[in-house]
Design a protein around this ligand. Structure first.
Ligand code: SAH
Ligand code: SF4
Length: 391
C-alpha cells in the first residue's frame, strides 16, 4: 500500500473506532436530580459551566484547585468561594465519585476496589504498592468488559457493556486517593499513589476520547499533577490510535504482544487479524517520544508450551531490534475456567536470558494480588463465586 493510501485507511479506521466507541457511550453527566457532575470536565468545560452561572473565568481555576488539588467534593468546604456561590454550586452541580462496593486486600498488600457506577455497572481498580519504596501504581479500568477476547484474559470473557466516561476513569483514581488520604496533591514529595497504569478492564484505545480527557486531568499541573512519565497505557495493538496517543498524550506505551508469529497471535489476541504483527511493530517504531529513557514495554504473558520456546525468544528480539524497548515477562495468571498454565520458572529464566543477551531488559513480573483475583488479566465483574473457586 502506498503511504498516501495507508494514511487514508488509517484515518477511516480511526473514524470507525471513534464511532463505535460512541455506540457504547456512558450515561450523561446529569444526575437524576438534574445537577451536573463536574468531575471529568476539562478546564474549558468547567469555565463554560461557571460562565453559564454568570461567574468570572478565574473562578474556574479556583474550583479546579479544590476539585483536583485538594480533592474536596463538598462545595461548602471551598473556602475561597463566597457563601452564595458555594450554595449555587451545590444546588446546580455535584462532584461525583464512584462508590466503593467492595474492597479486597491481598496477602501481598495489593488492594482491589470494586466500584459501583451511577447506573449500577461495576468495574475493578487495583492498587499495587511497591514493596520496597513508598510508592505504587493504580491500575485503572477503561471499559466495563471488553470487546476483544484474548484467550488468556478473564476480562475478555465478559462482553463489553459500555465505555467509561472521563469522570469514571479519573474518578477511580480520585476515590483511591480518598481511601489513602492522599489529598491535597503532594508537591514533589513521596506519594503512595505515584503512578497510573491503564491496564485494568477494557482496551483503552477503544475508548480513546474519554481516556485522553481523564489523563489530561491527571497530568494538569494545578491539580493531580502526575507527570506523563508516570502514566502507562497498555494496548492489545489498536494500531490506528497509537500515533494519536503518542502525539497528544505522550504517555508511556505498553504493547501486549504475547506471540511472535501471526498464526499464533491471531489465536491468542484476535485483534491481530486486523492489525498484524508487522503493522504493530511499525507503529511502535514511530511512537513519538520513545527513547532509551522512555522505552516501550512489550508485555509477554508466558503460557506453558504455547509461546515460551527458545526459538520464540529469538524471534522476539529480532522483531523488536532497534526499538528502545523492554520486555515484561508476565507469568500467566490463572482464573476459573482458563485453559492455560504458567510457564515453569526454569523456562521463564531461559526465555528471559535470551532476551537479555540481546540487550533488552526483561524483568519477570512477580504476580501481585493473585489470591484476590487482582493480578493482570484476572479482573471481571460478572463472575459470581470466582474467588471461592480459586481458593
Ligand atoms: N486491554 C489492554 C489493557 C488491559 S489488559 C491490553 O490488552 O493491553 C493488561 C495486561 O494484562 C495485558 O498485557 C494483558 O495481555 C495481560 N493479561 C491478560 N490476561 C492475563 C493473564 N491471565 N495473565 C497474565 N497477564 C494477562
Ligand atoms: Fe481486552 Fe486486554 Fe483482556 Fe485482551 S487482554 S481481552 S484487550 S482487557
Amino acid at each position: 500500500m502506498s503511504a498516501a493510501a495507508s494514511a487514508l485507511s488509517g484515518a477511516a479506521d480511526r473514524a470507525r473506532i471513534l464511532a463505535k466507541a460512541a455506540l457504547f457511550a456512558p450515561p450523561t453527566a446529569r444526575l437524576a436530580d438534574g445537577r451536573l457532575d463536574l468531575a471529568g470536565l476539562a478546564r474549558a468545560e468547567l469555565a463554560f459551566e461557571l460562565a453559564s452561572l454568570g461567574e468570572a473565568a478565574f473562578r474556574a481555576r479556583q474550583l479546579w484547585h479544590w476539585i483536583y488539588h485538594q480533592g474536596v467534593t463538598d462545595f461548602g468546604r471551598m473556602s475561597t468561594l463566597s457563601r452564595p456561590l458555594q450554595r449555587r454550586l451545590a444546588s446546580h452541580c455535584a462532584i461525583g465519585r464512584p462508590e466503593i462496593a467492595n474492597l479486597d486486600e491481598s496477602r501481598d498488600g495489593t488492594h482491589k476496589f470494586l466500584f459501583r457506577l451511577r447506573d449500577g455497572e461495576k468495574v475493578e481498580t487495583v492498587y499495587i504498592p511497591d514493596l520496597e519504596e513508598e510508592r505504587g501504581a493504580v491500575c485503572l479500568s477503561t471499559q466495563v468488559g471488553c470487546t476483544l477476547s484474548c484467550r488468556f484474559c478473564h476480562t475478555g470473557t465478559q462482553r463489553l457493556r459500555r465505555n467509561l466516561s472521563a469522570a469514571e476513569i479519573i474518578g477511580q483514581f480520585m476515590a483511591v486517593r480518598d481511601a489513602y488520604g492522599e489529598w491535597p496533591s503532594p508537591n514533589g514529595g513521596a506519594r503512595l499513589l505515584s503512578n497510573i497504569v491503564l491496564m485494568g478492564m477494557g482496551e483503552p484505545l477503544y475508548n480513546y476520547e474519554a481516556v485522553a480527557a481523564a489523563m489530561r486531568i491527571a497530568m494538569d499541573g494545578e491539580g493531580i499533577a502526575l507527570s506523563r512519565r508516570r502514566i502507562t497505557l497498555s494496548t492489545s495493538g489498536v494500531v490506528p490510535m497509537m500515533d494519536r496517543c503518542g502525539a497528544e498524550l505522550g504517555v508511556n506505551l505498553a504493547v501486549s504482544l504475547h506471540a511472535v508469529t501471526d498464526a499464533l497471535r491471531d489465536e491468542l489476541v484476535p485483534l491481530n487479524r486486523k492489525y498484524p504483527i508487522a503493522e504493530l511493530i511499525a507503529a511502535c517504531r514511530r511512537y513519538p517520544g520513545a527513547s532509551n529513557a522512555r522505552r516501550i514495554t512489550f508485555q509477554y504473558v508466558m503460557l506453558a508450551g504455547v509461546n515460551d520456546a527458545d526459538t520464540e525468544a529469538r524471534e522476539l528480539v529480532r522483531l523488536i531490534r532497534g526499538i528502545p524497548a523492554k520486555v515484561n515477562l508476565i507469568p500467566f495468571n490463572p482464573w476459573p475456567g482458563s485453559r492455560f498454565a504458567p510457564s515453569s520458572p526454569g523456562r521463564l529464566a531461559r526465555f528471559a536470558a535470551i532476551v537479555r543477551e540481546a540487550g533488552f531488559a526483561a524483568p519477570v513480573r512477580t504476580p501481585r494480588g493473585r489470591d484476590i483475583l487482582a493480578a493482570c488479566g484476572q479482573l471481571r465483574t460478572e463472575a459470581a463465586g470466582a474467588r471461592q473457586a480459586l481458593r
